[in-house]
Design a protein around this ligand. Structure first.
Ligand code: SAH
Length: 464
């Protein structure tokens, strides 16, 4: 992040702009939304600027800027659309200590003006550091459509009510009150009875919340999927939106944690494969402890929580403590991995069943039905198998598996750094060693990436 977004208080402060053309107009339209004291320096200002000056919305000075003209200004906009003129005004403003923006010159600007969605006092600022103005416009249009025009009114009325709401204890009770107001009672009252109705509704709502019984703690065991935030379910998103506490494991990516409610407490219960780890008992206790304070706990697990997730032990602990819970399934690594190589987990005529295996269990390398797994056409997804490749290879070959059986390794499935390594049973150990896997990796036994050519043909056939 080269530019850090902040909201600058401009109420009663000086903002100076040099320029009177199109670029100046575009910036002034935004600046006029603020309560800043605006001064514009322009020889030949656009008629709009003259009108604004005539109605006292800004001060217009019909000459070039001179040293001292930007004294005490917080912000300065160089908008003469002329490099030489801009360089001159910028030198003056810089000497006077103002933060500088040169219109359409990202490199030499100290700050940039974002695209703005205005629901005053709610303001959304969108920036792309100049990388993709088209994207900023698309996001703005999307938000404009999504955020009701009444949001600003509700926020303004709500703000005036903040002190009154302090009768509710801080934390969840107050949050519940505001969520109820902004997403339910507020919009309804505004639509039915206008602004006065909102005030009445606020008082009624407060009474309701004051008398409400304490909310019970709850634990949601939520699948975070393989890493791509777009592969979260809507239910997972909702759970993250409302969580008080998020206890996650190491597989959950930062992009996903970023989606948790800003006030949520994030706890890393990360367990490294073989390294030091928070013991399962400690995790169980942690979940229970938080839920017992009445918190909405999200136990966030990579992939699907029901696949190699020690879910049952955690559910047992939660049930023993008499706490309510539910499970939100997620996309398991095997699903993301086969998707990435264009294959199916099952296929008519090839394999009518698929196995999800662990490479190691509590005793070390995990034992499986090697004879069955060695049959042609069998498909298995091996989780936590990085260290057990040699063991698995040996067992399968010993039980008569074809050495040419395809094996595909998928590292970081669904993430930007995803890698697919096509190997065979014979070459598995060698290929795995030279791949130097560092991220989570899944081994797909019996599946090779679908050849690109073949895929094209199949797709054409499907669409025909
Ligand atoms: N509950 C998880 C699995 C937990 S076990 C799920 O359903 O996916 C951890 C193992 O999952 C890792 O050792 C790795 O084998 C596999 N895994 C998890 N995320 C992965 C990813 N994005 N890419 C490849 N393998 C992954």
């Amino acid at each position: 992040m080269k530019h850090f977004p902040i909201f600058v208080r401009l109420e009663g402060r000086r903002v100076v702009l040099s320029g009177g053309g199109e670029a100046a107009l575009a910036k002034l339209r935004l600046l006029l939304k603020t309560e800043a004291h605006l001064t514009v320096f322009a020889h030949t200002p656009a008629p709009e600027i003259e009108d604004w000056a005539a109605t006292g919305r800004l001060r217009l000075v019909r000459r070039a800027m001179e040293p001292g003209d930007t004294l005490c200004a917080v912000l300065f906009y160089a908008a003469d659309e002329d490099d030489a003129k801009d360089a001159r005004t910028v030198a003056i403003a810089r000497a006077d200590g103002a933060m500088i923006n040169i219109v359409d010159n990202l490199e030499d600007s100290a700050f940039i003006t974002p695209a703005i969605v205005d629901r005053d006092p709610v303001t959304v600022a969108i920036g792309t550091e100049g990388a993709a103005p088209v994207l900023a416009r698309a996001i703005k249009a999307d938000l404009e459509a999504k955020l009701p025009a009444t949001l600003g009114v509700l926020a303004r009325i709500g703000k005036a009510f903040r002190r009154t709401v302090e009768v509710l204890p801080m934390g969840r009770k107050r949050r519940d009150f505001w969520a109820d107001y902004y997403f339910d009672a507020g919009p309804r009252a505004l639509e039915e009875h206008g602004e006065d109705g909102v005030n009445t509704a606020l008082r009624a709502l407060l009474e309701k919340h004051e008398n409400a019984v304490e909310r019970e703690g709850h634990v949601a065991f939520v699948g975070a999927g393989p890493g791509d935030p777009d592969l979260l379910t809507l239910k997972a998103r909702k759970a993250l939106d409302t969580a008080d506490v998020v206890i996650h494991d190491r597989l959950v990516t930062p992009e996903i944690l970023e989606l948790a409610r800003r006030e949520a407490i994030l706890i890393d219960a990360g367990k490294t494969g073989f390294g030091p780890a928070m013991a399962q008992d400690e995790i169980n206790a942690l979940i229970v402890e938080h839920a017992q304070t009445g918190a909405q706990v999200v136990r966030l697990k990579g992939g699907d929580p029901t696949v190699f997730g020690r879910l049952d032990e955690e559910i047992d602990a939660v049930m023993q403590a008499g706490i309510a819970w539910h499970v939100v399934p997620g996309i398991t690594a095997a699903s993301a991995s086969v998707a990435s190589i264009g294959q199916s987990l099952t296929k008519r005529g090839r394999n009518g069943s698929v196995r999800l295996l662990t490479g190691h269990d509590m005793k070390g390398f995990a034992d499986h039905d090697w004879r069955a797994l060695s049959r042609p056409g069998e498909v298995a997804a091996v989780y936590m198998g990085k260290k057990s490749a040699r063991f698995i290879q040996g067992r399968l070959i010993m039980h008569g598996a074809d050495r040419a059986t395809p094996v595909t390794l998928i590292e970081n499935a669904s993430r930007p750094d995803q890698r697919r390594i096509a190997s065979t049973l014979d070459r598995l150990v060698r290929d795995m060693d030279s791949a130097e896997l560092t991220g989570p990796a899944l081994m797909l036994i019996g599946l090779a990436p679908r050849a690109t050519e073949a895929r094209k043909i199949t797709q054409t056939q499907e669409f025909a």
